[in-house]
Structures are given as C-alpha cells and as structure tokens.
Design a protein around this ligand. Structure first.
Ligand SMILES: Cc1cc2nc3c(=O)[nH]c(=O)nc-3n(C[C@H](O)[C@H](O)[C@H](O)COP(=O)(O)OP(=O)(O)OC[C@H]3O[C@@H](n4cnc5c(N)ncnc54)[C@H](O)[C@@H]3O)c2cc1C
Length: 416
C-alpha cells in the first residue's frame, strides 16, 4: 500500500478501515542468503538497501523482541554531521544526505526536521577547537557557521549567556542538522524492507552461531536453526554478548544512556542546543516536550533502565545554561544500552570467521548514522568490499593503532 495525502483523506472519510499492517509478520524459513541479526534501525536499513539498492534476495532480519524496542526507539532523535576527523566526517555527511531524501525514498513520514543544531562555546580554547571542526566540516562538503554571542542571544533569548562559570562565547551551528522521529525510522525501514521481499521475524533471539571449518553457515535461534550464506550481526548494545557466542572478544563495552522528556510546553527551543562546558543536549518535540540527555552511567551494564544519580547530573548541566528548565516538570525518562567502542567510532567489517560480518560500536551517536550504516553494511555484505565512506571502520584498527579518536579520549569509552 502506498501512503499519500489522497489515501489519508479517503481513509478519514471511510472510517479508517482500509489501513493494513505496515509489514508482514514473517515466520522463519529453513535458510536464507543473508541473515541480519537485530531489528533496530541499522539492521532494518541494512536489509532495505541490500534488497532495494543492491538487488539481493532471500534476506531475513531476526529480532529478539519487537521492532523499535531497542535504541532506535530510545534515543534523543538528533541528527547532524558535525564531526572532525576524515575517517568520520564523510560518512556522517553521507548519512545526513540520505536523511534529506529518506521520506520520499521510503514513502513514510519520519518527521525529518532540519531545525538546526548549535554547539555552545564557553572558552577561547573551545572556540579554536570548534573553528577547526567547522573548517573540517566545510572541507568535507558539510555546512557549518560560527555564531557570535549576540547572534545566539537574538535566537535563544532565554539562554544564560552571562553565567559566571560558563559564559557563552559563541557557538558552532550546523543548520542542516536537526531531529527525526526515532521509532518512525524503524517502522519506515521495516515497511520498505518488507515491500522489497525481506522477512522481518520478531520474537526470534539468536542464541548461537553454527560455525563449520571456520565458516559461519547459520544461526541457532529461539525458533530453531536458520541456515545462511552470510550472517550479519547488528545488535548495538548487545554486540559483545552476541559475538562472544562466536568466540570473539570485541573492543566494546556496554553502558546505559538515559533520555528525558519534560511536560509539553509552548514553542521555546527552535533547534537542538548542546552545552559545551558540561554534557547536556536538548531539543523540543513537536508535541512540546523538551527532549534532553547528557552523560552515560559511569559503569558497564546490560540493564536497559536508568539510574537516579544521572538524573541529577544531567539536570544540573541543563540548569547551568537553561535556568528556566527548573520550572518544567519531568514527564518521562528511560535508558538504552550503548555499545561504546574504545575510540568512540564504529566498526563495519568482516570478521575472521568467513561468512560472519559485524556492525557496532555506535556509542551514543548511532541514530544519525542509521541510513549510512545500513547502506555501507549492505555494500559490504553484497560486494565484500567496504563502502568508500566506511573504509576506516575496520575491526583490526585496534590492533594496528589506526584509531579514529574523534574526541582524543583514547580507550576511555565512557568519555566518548
Ligand atoms: C538515551 C539514548 C539517546 C541517544 N541519542 C542519540 C541521538 O540523539 N543521536 C544519535 O545519533 N544517536 C543517539 N543514540 C544512539 C543510537 O540510538 C544508537 O547508537 C543506535 O540506535 C544503535 O543502532 P540500532 O538502532 O540498530 O540499535 P537497536 O535499536 O538497539 O537495535 C539492536 C536490536 O538488536 C536486538 N538484539 C539484541 N540481541 C539480539 C539477539 N541475540 N538476537 C536477535 N536480536 C537481538 C535488540 O533487541 C535490538 O532491537 C542514543 C541512544 C540512547 C539509548
């Protein structure tokens, strides 16, 4: 079924009886050419591009829970391509370009809103660093603009620019950044993948790999053994637990990151802002809630729920620049498990086991990467060569020392 304005009007006039399920509830077949493990944004996007762009068939996505239940439906919805390093910036810019055409591509309203993102600057050294970052973005074909304090005051009059400890000395703006309705991305990719013949199998947990003579020939699941020519892991925060079943120890740790939503308020915040002296980022949803987040928990965990000390820490960061936040009531909060890599950058690569591929290490920035990650992973799976924007995302960089240390924090994943 194709969605259109005409269809919406017709259904409104006929009691909404003509809407069908957005995708089939497929049952597992004995074997496939491609089995993608994880029905998050990245897994579904991979399946979609594999079928649509790379014209591959016999593809299944295996999801242990339900579509949209993982980080794809838990994040703070921010998209941007304001990265510094060559290994990252072209990839994230490619992703932003795919976001720009996504709704037409998928025939799905994902509420892509390029309302802009502003990184606030609080010290002279930070201004130097952001000028360098802005230039790197421009050199890679992205947009970037350095704003003065007066320009920021005019756009965001409620910000505390004169804070004695954290004065706002300017900001780096990317006007093409913004937000996208997170779970609509999962549903849009699921529907489009299904229309291209992909089997989306929910409630199907992968419990092990079938490896024969160094080649992965399928997966053990809670719904039986499923054979595959190529098996692609794409389970974000569960990466280390899953790949352990194939005998692999990854350069990844898992920690919880929380998101927060306030009660609905009148329009206040035109775009996304980030506080540069602490860790706080905020946007306002179309329903009026302030959507915000900050640091992850400081310890490793697979528990998909948040803790109270982080609430205090994040709200403290928010109040430092945004004092009127203290008047708003917190409505909801939740946690998601982050796959924190040792240099803060992702991995899209083959493994040492033939037929087994890995995508992960997205830390808390993988939502914006969803289209490019899916495209690049599909490219790797279909052609066995990396996509040109993802050549640096090799697994062996942690052996060879070719790290993509975007924040210069080394192997302290909680700081990325
Ligand atoms: C609170 C929070 C805020 C964030 N904010 C942002 C942001 O603003 N911008 C941004 O770019 N990124 C953000 N992120 C990060 C982003 O959400 C993730 O990096 C990204 O969603 C991960 O990829 P995914 O969508 O494929 O993951 P997921 O949706 O988690 O998909 C992985 C799937 O694998 C499934 N799975 C796990 N194990 C198995 C198994 N054994 N068998 C079968 N299935 C399995 C899981 O159930 C899950 O559905 C945030 C994350 C959180 C938690």
């Amino acid at each position: 079924m194709k969605y259109s304005g005409f269809k919406v009007i017709k259904e409104a006039l006929t009691g909404h009886r003509g809407w069908g399920p957005a995708w089939r509830d497929a049952s597992p077949k004995p074997d496939y050419d491609y089995v993608i493990i994880g029905g998050g944004g990245h897994g579904l996007a991979t399946a979609y591009y594999l079928a649509k762009t790379f014209r591959q068939t016999r593809i299944a996505v295996l999801e242990k829970g339900w579509i949209g239940g993982g980080n794809v439906g838990r994040n703070t919805t921010i998209i941007r391509s304001n990265y510094l390093l060559d290994g990252n910036e072209p990839f994230y810019e490619f992703s932003l370009q795919l976001w720009e055409g996504l709704e037409q591509e998928l025939n799905y309203n994902a509420m892509v809103s390029q309302r802009g993102i502003l990184n606030l600057i609080h010290t002279d050294a930070q201004r130097d660093a952001f000028i360098r970052r802005g230039n790197a973005m421009l050199l890679n074909g992205a947009d970037a603009e350095l704003l003065s304090t007066d320009q920021i005051k005019a756009r965001y009059p409620f910000l505390n620019t004169e804070n004695a400890r954290f004065p706002i000395k300017g900001g780096l703006a990317q006007h093409r950044g913004g937000t996208v309705r997170h779970d609509a991305v999962a549903w849009g990719y699921a529907r489009a993948a299904d229309q291209n013949g992909v089997d989306i199998i929910q409630n199907c947990e992968v419990t092990g790999f079938r490896i024969e003579n160094g080649t992965c020939v399928g997966v053990e699941t809670s719904r039986g053994m499923i054979g595959a020519k190529k098996v692609a892991s794409c389970v974000a925060g569960s990466s280390s637990r899953l790949m352990q079943k194939a005998g692999m120890r990854l350069p990844i740790e898992s920690t919880v990151l929380q998101a927060f939503v306030s009660e609905g308020l009148k329009p206040l915040l035109p775009g996304v802002i980030t506080f540069g002296a602490g860790h706080f980022y905020c946007s306002q949803s179309d329903k009026g809630g302030l959507v915000f987040g900050g640091d992850p928990d400081g310890y490793n965990s697979y528990a998909q729920r948040g803790n109270l000390p982080v609430v205090e820490d994040v709200c403290e960061g928010g109040m430092a620049i945004f004092p009127n936040l203290g008047r708003a009531r917190l409505l909801r909060m939740w946690g998601g498990i982050m796959d924190m890599s040792m240099d803060g950058s992702p991995i899209i690569d083959r493994t040492h086991i033939d037929g087994l591929y890995f995508n992960g290490g997205w830390c808390y920035g993988g939502f914006k990467a969803t289209p490019a990650s899916g495209f690049a992973y599909a490219h790797l799976l279909a052609t066995d060569t990396p996509h040109k924007t993802a050549t640096a995302y090799r697994l062996d960089r942690f052996n060879t020392g070719h790290m993509i240390d975007e924040k210069g924090m080394g192997n302290s994943p909680n700081l990325h």
